[in-house]
Design a protein around this ligand. Structure first.
Ligand code: NAD
Length: 479
């Protein structure tokens, strides 16, 4: 195996200090396809040192919004020019269909363009005061940002953090997930080619318990932005608390998808399928609890099951493939446990089950007790539980009956139902008659066990800067 991906620290591709490496496995072939530097605490510390030096002594925080905007657009240009390599890296690492990886690369490049422009165009409030003063707000870069990412949208979610952090003048250490490390090294190479100064964007590979723990416990770090499991979020929160480092946490979900009887059925079926089976259900936003109003239950289920069975799964590199294997053997084993225990909890599988290799077919469950793990826990696979409901009040109660609160989908043709239910759902995002559509200015994040804080637009600015009030005496008559 000749393909190798190093850390990128201080603008250079470097091996681990102890020379250690690990294999990254392609879930479709179930064979290693590349080697990656396996970092440890010392490599994490070296990356923070590089980012600290670049922030304290380097040009980046002082460069100005316009110059940073120019360089980040150049990076986005290079990402688009190298889309094939970036998309293939994510597809090989996690088994996601290549066509969807291309979509992710396009969104990742857009993240850089959006946040570069947003920082350049942003305005800050001036508050005229009756006392003959005015107050205004500055948004100065926070310092060194640690970004820790999951494996389900590797490049896309990494850039969701890295782009605003850089645009606002911070320096960054990114730790990608150990299952999907390779696109991060490619991104850092492109950042160097784009002309970002050394140490502004660093990538260090390794496991959470070693590299991740070292990064999140380092007192030289000014912000930690994390996306991943709720349990990991709690561990990171505890580590960050030791240094009072502000943390943004985007965590798990067990999201509700509510289909009212007046919904436009084709549209509801289409988006409900996308919501739970896209990316083999490995989406934090998945509508894994599907509530259908009783008058349309039979018709909806018939169409939904037919659409699930029509999905094409197989080789991620085949353009016709909609659905790949699960991202790792460990994850496959976890999802398999839920699939194999359906009857034990008194439920029924209408379609789906285990496939070859690490595949789980689109799986539709009914009659699952509300307190079963299938209804309560995030499976993070292509497994949906359908429940009937009668009234709006009943479904709102059912939907809110979760420790999670990331997002919800509501399908109805009634404007008033849509607004009322959206207001009552305890979640960070509601999609009405659609799914997965994003506006990068909008807040993104979760309620309860789904996260702490919001990112996106000005919400990212608040997190990645130190907002400062300056109060000026403006009358020339000291009071
Ligand atoms: P994970 O929590 O296992 O790992 C995420 C990252 O955290 C990895 O890079 C891992 O190495 C690192 N990590 C693990 N332990 C650590 C520690 N002690 N200290 C520091 N870092 C540590 O999550 P995952 O399995 O990679 O991703 C799937 C999860 O992510 C699901 O729960 C999913 O819902 C969630 N997710 C949430 C969002 C969102 O926006 N809310 C988006 C995507 C995924």
């Amino acid at each position: 195996m000749s393909t190798y991906f190093a850390h990128v620290i201080g603008g250079k591709e470097v091996d681990s200090l102890d020379g250690a490496r690990f294999d990254t496995v392609n879930p479709w072939t179930r064979e290693a396809w590349a080697e990656v530097a396996l970092g440890d605490r010392a490599d994490a510390e070296a990356a923070v040192t590089a980012a600290r030096t670049a922030f304290d002594d380097g040009p980046w925080p002082r460069l100005g919004y316009g110059e940073r905007q120019r360089l980040l657009h150049r990076l986005a240009d290079l990402m688009e020019a190298n889309a094939d390599e970036l998309a293939a890296a994510d597809s090989h690492d996690m088994g996601k269909p290549l066509a969807q990886c291309h979509h992710d690369v396009a969104r990742a490049a857009l993240n850089f363009r959006f946040f570069a422009d947003h920082a350049k165009m942003a305005t800050a409030e001036v508050l005229p005061m009756d006392s003959g003063h005015h107050a205004y707000t500055r948004f100065d870069p926070a310092g060194v940002v640690v970004a820790i990412a999951p494996w389900n949208f590797p490049l896309m979610l990494e850039t969701w953090k890295v782009a605003p952090a850089l645009a606002w003048g911070n320096t960054v250490v990114l730790k990608p997930a150990e299952d999907t490390p390779t696109s991060a090294t490619i991104l850092a190479r492109l950042a160097t080619e784009a002309g970002l100064p050394d140490g502004v964007f660093n990538v260090v590979h390794g496991y959470g318990h070693s590299v991740g723990a070292a990064l999140t416990g380092d007192p030289r770090v000014d912000r930690i932005t994390f996306t991943g499991e709720t349990g990991t979020g709690k561990t990171i929160s505890a580590a960050a608390a030791q240094n009072l480092t502000p943390v943004s946490l985007e965590l798990g979900g067990k999201n509700c998808n509510i289909v009212f009887a007046d919904a436009e059925l084709d549209n509801a079926v289409h988006w409900s399928i996308q919501s739970i089976f896209r990316n083999a259900g490995q989406i934090c936003l998945s509508g894994s609890r599907l509530f259908v109003q009783r008058p349309i239950l039979d018709e909806f289920v018939k169409r939904f099951v037919a659409a699930a069975e029509a999905m094409t799964f197989g080789d991620p590199l085949d353009p016709a493939t909609e659905f790949g294997p699960l991202a790792s053997e460990q994850h496959f084993e976890k999802v398999k446990g839920y699939v194999e225990s359906v009857e034990q909890y008194g439920g029924r599988m209408l379609t789906g089950g285990l496939g070859d290799g690490w595949f789980v077919k689109p799986t539709v469950l009914v009659d699952m007790p509300l307190d079963s793990p299938h209804v309560q826990e995030e499976i993070f696979g292509p497994v949906v539980v359908i429940h009937p409901f009668d009234s709006e009040d009943e479904v709102v109660d059912l939907a809110n009956e979760s420790v999670y609160g990331l997002d919800a989908q509501v399908f109805t043709e009634d404007l008033h139902t849509a607004h009322r239910v959206s207001a009552r759902l305890e979640v960070g995002t509601v999609w009405v008659n659609c799914f997965f559509i994003r506006d990068l200015r909008a807040p993104f994040g979760g309620v309860g066990a789904s996260g702490v804080g919001r990112e996106g637009g000005n919400f990212s600015r608040e997190f990645f800067t130190e907002p400062k009030a300056v109060i000026m005496q403006i009358t020339g008559k000291p009071s």
